[in-house]
Ligand binder design. Structure first.
Ligand code: SF4
Ligand code: SF4
Ligand code: SF4
Length: 289
């Protein structure tokens, strides 16, 4: 379990604790105001400069010895902000990180969320100017949508029944999208997204610059070689560079340190040869989020 499970999970994975979806939790963390401000200015999230550095291409500054590490640590610390509200900036998406979840957990999240509204993806709007209704917004985030029409899909804001929403995220997962939960701010859970590198802003800054806008999931993938036939179907599923298919062995190799626990390789495998294992079952990975 990650630190948020200990703090906000009540003995479960923290995103499976129904308390984190309640209106009173939203009010306690100021979610309504925070989310509205963040989404209103979302186009600027990538361009916002902090000490002269924008998240669009800061690579060389991050590589400056000591200084680069200090800046990265400082920016990463934003994403763990919880209460108090004072001093937190929605325009930098502070306090609004995401976490990767496998399909089964994503579907359990949908049983706790209400209402579920399908809206346009803010990241794709920001980076490519396109409408892609693939984000499922809950509670305070769903309430924000009518105020900001650019997130309303062409056919109108669509409220999904829980079973429709479960089918939708499964379709996204099978199509290669990574299921992620989004907190706005911690511990209030505001959305279930269908992300992919490089379009998802948080995935991109995590993978390219090591900033903790996106957290690894609670699991890692493990291959059962007695079931694997070496068909290679899983070879191109991993967006995190954790799964490589070795021709010499005719088997996939999963680097547990790089694995984000998205489970895309699991849903791709026709033999059921890959399973998700709790991250904390591996002592070396228990602090790897
Ligand atoms: S987090 Fe993912 S799905 Fe959500 S807005 Fe960003 S890319 Fe879109
Ligand atoms: S190895 Fe599998 S579970 Fe791990 S990140 Fe890659 S696709 Fe996701
Ligand atoms: S998809 Fe499954 S059976 Fe095929 S190579 Fe990958 S793990 Fe093995």
């Amino acid at each position: 379990m990650c630190e948020w499970c200990y703090k906000h999970g009540a003995g479960k994975k923290w995103y499976l604790n129904s308390k984190n979806y309640l209106e009173e939790t939203a009010e306690a963390v100021g979610a309504h105001e925070y989310i509205y401000e963040l989404w209103k200015h979302f186009e600027k999230v990538y361009l916002q400069k902090i000490f002269g550095i924008s998240t669009r291409g800061p690579g060389y500054k991050f590589s400056i010895p000591v200084v680069g590490r200090a800046i990265k640590w400082y920016i990463s610390s934003w994403f763990t902000k919880e209460k108090p509200l004072k001093g937190r900036s929605p325009r930098r998406a502070e306090g609004h990180p995401g976490q990767v979840v496998p399909l089964g957990d994503a579907q359990q999240v949908l049983e706790l969320a209400d209402p579920i509204l399908k809206v346009n993806c803010a990241c794709r709007h920001m980076t490519r100017g396109i409408e892609d209704p693939c984000c499922l917004a809950f509670g305070a985030l769903a309430e924000m949508v009518p105020k900001l029409p650019r997130y309303i899909p062409e056919r109108g804001a669509e409220q999904l029944h829980v079973d429709e929403a479960k089918d939708f995220v499964e379709k996204m997962n099978r199509g290669g999208r990574v299921n992620t939960v989004w907190f706005g701010p911690v511990p209030y859970i505001a959305a279930l997204c269908s992300c992919e590198y490089p379009e998802c802003a948080a995935t991109r800054i995590r993978l390219d610059y090591g900033l903790n806008a996106l957290y690894k999931g609670e699991y890692v993938a493990k291959v059962d070689f007695s079931k694997c036939t070496g068909c290679g179907t899983c070879a191109s599923r991993c967006q995190f560079g954790a799964l490589t298919f070795t021709d010499a062995m005719n088997r996939p190799f999963i680097d547990a340190w790089k694995c984000y626990g998205c489970g895309l390789c699991v849903t791709a495998c026709p033999e059921g040869a890959i399973e998700m294992v709790d991250r904390t079952a591996f002592p070396a990975l228990k602090d790897e989020w």
